[in-house]
Design a binder for this molecule. Structure first.
Ligand SMILES: Cc1cc2nc3c(=O)[nH]c(=O)nc-3n(C[C@H](O)[C@H](O)[C@H](O)COP(=O)(O)OP(=O)(O)OC[C@H]3O[C@@H](n4cnc5c(N)ncnc54)[C@H](O)[C@@H]3O)c2cc1C
Length: 487
């Protein structure tokens, strides 16, 4: 069932505990730090239902309509539909929403496509996952994920040497109804405005860390769970005009703190199996299906970055200079190549079970690594094209409230093609992409959201056909002899 924006906004008033510093948030849908972000997601829920979009953004099964992000792809057409639905959202949000609801819906759908990973292992609860997936799909739930231990907790000796317990999340006891969990998970993007969270482990655990392998899907209002938000950006923005991206897309990142939280068994997917807690993501379709969405998002962002670069050079008057055109050409070439990486994932898709197909894994991981390694370079290119232009503008557009200042501003800051306010609007937007606190957070997001870079490189390594690569070279070398040793 698709739900409306209003239903989504109402669902956020669920009694969850969120702290911004020492302030406790009553309802994220109305709090100034989160309400504009929530409004954007609400718009998205309404857009999905709109008559012109509903066919793409949903699919029918047994007389009911569900979001396309829950579609288990059986053929290339299904993959194409999923990609088009992701692209609809990523283009609409200019690639600036890291955690749109389709991302994590894909994550759970990918696990549900290969239940054998859970079925074949002790501590795996395939039946729970199947029921949870049905429920999430039926209610079109907005999920996020927290699947990394807190920084430093990856090295238990570090804590033991200081005589303090590691803060990482683990099961402390269990009863007939479920498990009790305590500790922290790092770092749930979108948590303030999502409905539920997948708690788990994308980094490998040692065998003696079985208690940390707990993987569950839970709402944010479980007693004992609190969300500790990082500093928000949106509420510091006085005029959307001055920082439109901070204003609209401050999706929030929260530490999750669990103190004796009781999780009912039916919400538990993995318990007491260290390798399985990671395998359910990387050995199922989950990692690929969800990060195909990340690739689509990054591509939309590249298109947006390229547009900003182009408009900025028009505003500075440098657009026609050959060296500047070459820089723009390189951006356009990279954007085109990245788009092709996404299309290639569809055309080279893999059959993963008798029933289901999946995007080409290697191409997805190649896109993921390229994006993480090159996002900063793309932003730096825009920064260079901007020169110091952004710093020419007054501290606030409030100057227009003073007729004399307004007149001076309109006279001196204008160019032949653009008014002073139009130029300030463009440069403020560009700065919010490359230089503001929100931009800086986004830079860290692109480097780390999927896990540390060394692990993304590792996915590329372990999925590469080394025998084929080596074979090519050996094949050529077999065609000629070492002098003095040939037959
Ligand atoms: C903005 C943002 C949003 C995020 N959103 C989410 C989310 O929604 N859900 C979620 O689960 N996680 C999220 N994360 C967390 C993300 O998964 C982690 O940041 C990532 O796994 C890296 O862990 P870390 O930050 O603790 O860095 P560390 O592990 O402390 O690593 C820091 C640096 O140390 C070096 N290093 C450390 N260990 C090694 C090693 N073994 N080999 C080589 N170099 C090493 C590397 O240079 C690395 O970049 C988010 C992170 C950010 C910044």
């Amino acid at each position: 069932m698709l739900r409306s924006g209003k239903q989504y906004l109402d669902s956020l008033d669920d009694g969850r505990v969120i702290y911004i510093g020492d302030e406790q948030v009553e309802n994220p849908a109305t709090h100034p730090a989160f309400r504009d972000m929530a409004r954007i997601y609400a718009q998205l829920y309404d857009l999905k239902q709109a008559p012109g979009n509903v066919d793409l953004m949903s699919y029918e099964e047994d007389g009911e309509r569900y979001s396309t992000s829950f579609l288990k792809p059986r053929n290339q057409a299904d993959l194409e539909k999923r990609t088009a639905a992701h692209r609809f959202i990523t283009e609409w949000s200019y690639g600036l929403l890291g955690r749109s609801p389709d991302a994590t819906a894909s994550n759970v759908t990918g696990i549900a496509m290969k239940p054998d990973v859970l079925e074949e292992n002790e501590g795996g609860y395939a039946d729970h996952l199947a029921a949870l997936w049905q429920d999430l799909r039926k209610n079109d739930v907005f999920l996020t994920y927290a699947i990394v231990p807190p920084p430093a907790a990856r090295n238990p000796e570090y804590y033991q040497s200081k005589g303090i317990p590691s803060p990482t999340l683990k099961v402390t006891k269990e009863d007939d109804a479920g498990v009790y969990i305590s500790g922290m998970k790092f770092l749930a993007t979108g948590a303030a405005v999502a409905n539920e969270v997948i708690v788990g482990n994308i980094l490998p655990l040692a065998d003696d860390q079985a208690a940390e392998s707990i993987t569950c899907i839970i709402p944010f209002n479980l007693p004992g769970l609190s969300l500790w938000a990082r500093k928000p950006f949106a509420r510091d923005v006085k005029h959307e005009f001055e920082a439109p991206l901070s204003f609209r897309y401050d999706e929030s990142d929260c530490m999750l703190l669990f103190k004796d939280v009781h999780v009912p068994w039916e919400k538990v997917i993995v318990h007491n199996n260290a390798p399985l807690s990671r395998d359910i993501f990387v050995k199922s379709a989950s990692h690929v299906l969800s990060n195909h969405q990340s690739n689509c998002r990054f591509h939309s962002k590249m298109r947006f970055i390229t547009g900003i670069a182009s408009l900025i050079t028009q505003a500075t008057g440098a657009h026609g200079i050959p060296a500047v055109r070459e820089t723009l050409a390189k951006l356009a070439a990279m954007e085109a190549a990245f788009g092709a990486i996404i299309d290639a994932q569809i055309y080279a898709h893999e059959k993963i079970t008798d029933e289901y197909v999946l995007y080409a894994r290697r191409y997805m991981y190649a896109g993921l690594l390229w994006a993480a390694e090159n996002h900063s370079m793309l932003l730096d290119t825009v920064r260079e094209l901007m020169g110091g232009g952004v710093f020419q503008f007054p501290a606030s557009i409030d100057i227009v409230n003073d007729p004399e200042l307004k007149s001076t501003f309109e006279t001196y800051w204008a160019t032949a093609s653009d008014s002073s306010a139009e130029r300030m609007k463009l440069f403020s937007l560009a700065w919010d992409l490359v230089g503001s606190p929100a931009a800086s957070r986004m830079q860290s997001y692109e480097k780390f959201f999927v896990g540390p870079l060394f692990s993304v490189r590792n996915y590329n390594y372990i999925n590469a056909p080394w025998d084929e690569f080596d074979g090519l070279v050996k094949d050529l070398m077999d065609q000629y002899d070492v002098p003095g040793q040939g037959t």
